[in-house]
Design a binder for this molecule. Structure first.
Ligand SMILES: Cc1cc2nc3c(=O)[nH]c(=O)nc-3n(C[C@H](O)[C@H](O)[C@H](O)COP(=O)(O)OP(=O)(O)OC[C@H]3O[C@@H](n4cnc5c(N)ncnc54)[C@H](O)[C@@H]3O)c2cc1C
Length: 406
């Protein structure tokens, strides 16, 4: 009895410590968002350059190992906590938050699907120590936004591989310490018989094939690349990509992206709110007409937040239960993720648009402190980043057979 009691106490103690560490990390990321990311956001956007100052600051507070389990030296953050970090950073700079989110997605894939493997355990420990930044190469010339099919394949000789890929879009790959690459399992495998391979900086050569002069998310630095790489077979994440995609890559992507799109929208609404308050101060005792618009857009912003937060909490509730993990491969969960992605990616630019109607010309100007140009352009990427049409088509085919238990 006393042993159980002691175990309970130490578990509670661990939980309290983890919460304390997370509060400290969140406070640091909030400071970085306000004092670094927001300060450089305009220049990052104008020059379409990697947000190097923000990433340096994130490394200093060890934010890049937030998704690594505590047993390997990381902060062991839950998905809800990672989403809070991304949404906080997005209020300073959307591109920086997208870089952080994409990095967390890759770390999540390794931590959740390879943490029993000696090579990956040691890699994650090194990631904590050296604050590696991980990028992603799922898109490919010929398959485009269909992450669940590949043309390239692993060529194996003994315990080594060669992997070459022509990617349409590779965010911050030129700045990454490692890239997780989707590929066919081998030369004879079908397009969707894929594995995920960790290719480290010393393993790859990149040749940039396209430019990244986009409307928004310019700081993600995401041109196309032809990658040539080779490495050891142990760098292949164990198990099929079908599993790591359904159980980690898709939920992490859609929840973390939704949280940062919300952060961009929240930044726009905060600017609108400051505009309305300034109007109110000009005529004390009156409520400016824009205040009603602010009340209306706040409803949409809160609905969006509830949407990603509840999905993150649902994921965190499933996460520790090995049996319940199967839910993550169910049609119900896949539909929930698709719905989250489609609704939040549509809501973000709508909210920024409504904030712009409140602020008016001061929001339309690029050189005004209330400018909403960057937020608007960044939010427009949401529905394209894995095309909503492609996602809707997948949901449509599932809905032909899926009957909601409720
Ligand atoms: C900011 C940003 C960062 C990115 N970073 C990365 C990265 O780091 N790594 C990476 O691999 N990729 C990255 N991508 C690429 C992304 O993952 C998608 O691959 C890409 O946005 C899809 O490109 P696409 O619209 O040309 O392709 P597609 O998805 O093929 O869409 C092309 C057109 O076909 C239509 N379409 C597609 N399927 C259907 C369908 N079933 N029904 C009807 N219409 C359909 C679409 O609406 C669209 O008009 C990034 C994208 C963005 C915007």
């Amino acid at each position: 009895m006393s042993i159980i009691f002691e175990a309970d106490v130490s578990l509670t103690h661990l939980k309290v410590c983890a919460q304390k560490n997370f509060s400290t990390l969140l406070a640091s990321v909030r400071k970085i968002s306000n004092e670094v990311a927001a300060v450089h956001a305009q220049d990052v956007d104008r020059q379409a350059r990697f947000p190097v100052e923000t990433l340096t600051a994130l490394r200093k507070v060890e934010a890049l190992s937030a998704a690594v389990p505590t047993s390997l030296g990381g902060a062991g953050c839950s998905l809800s906590e990672l989403a809070q970090l991304c949404s906080t950073l997005a209020q300073g700079c959307g591109s920086s938050a997208m870089v952080l989110a994409m990095h967390f997605i890759q770390v999540g894939c390794i931590a959740r699907h390879a943490q029993d493997d000696d090579f990956f355990k040691s890699y994650l420990r090194d990631l904590v120590k050296d604050q590696y930044l991980l990028g992603s190469m799922t898109s490919e010339v010929g398959t485009y936004g269909d992450t669940r099919s590949s043309i390239c394949s692993i060529e194996r000789t003994d315990d080594h591989f060669v992997l070459n890929k022509d990617a349409t879009t590779g965010s911050y790959c030129a700045f990454a310490d490692g890239i997780l690459v989707t590929t066919r399992r081998d030369h004879d495998a079908s397009a969707n018989d894929q594995v995920l391979v960790l290719v480290r900086r010393e393993d790859f050569n990149l040749q940039q094939t396209t430019s990244w002069d986009t409307l928004g998310m310019r700081g993600t630095s995401s041109p196309g690349f032809r990658m040539e790489s080779s490495g050891a077979i142990k760098q292949i994440i164990p198990g099929p990509f079908a599993d790591s995609s359904a159980r980690t890559m898709v939920p992490y992507s859609h929840i973390l992206w939704a949280s940062l799109w919300w952060g961009i929208a929240a930044d726009a609404v905060a600017k609108a709110a400051s505009f309305v308050r300034a109007q109110a101060r000009e005529k004390p005792g009156t409520i400016p007409p824009t205040a009603t618009r602010l009340a209306e857009v706040s409803v949409q912003l809160e609905t969006m937040k509830n949407n990603w937060q509840s999905a993150a909490q649902a994921f965190d509730a499933i996460e520790p239960d090995a049996v319940a993990q199967d839910q993550l491969s169910s049609m119900a969960w896949a539909l929930r993720m698709n719905n989250l992605k489609m609704s939040c990616s549509e809501a973000a630019p709508q909210i920024v648009h409504r904030a712009l109607q409140i602020v008016g010309i001061q929001g339309y100007k690029n050189d005004s402190p209330l400018s909403l140009g960057r937020q608007y352009r960044d939010a427009l990427s949401a529905s394209l980043m894995i095309s909503n049409d492609r996602i809707a088509a997948k949901s449509a085919s599932m809905l032909l057979v899926y009957k909601d238990a409720a």
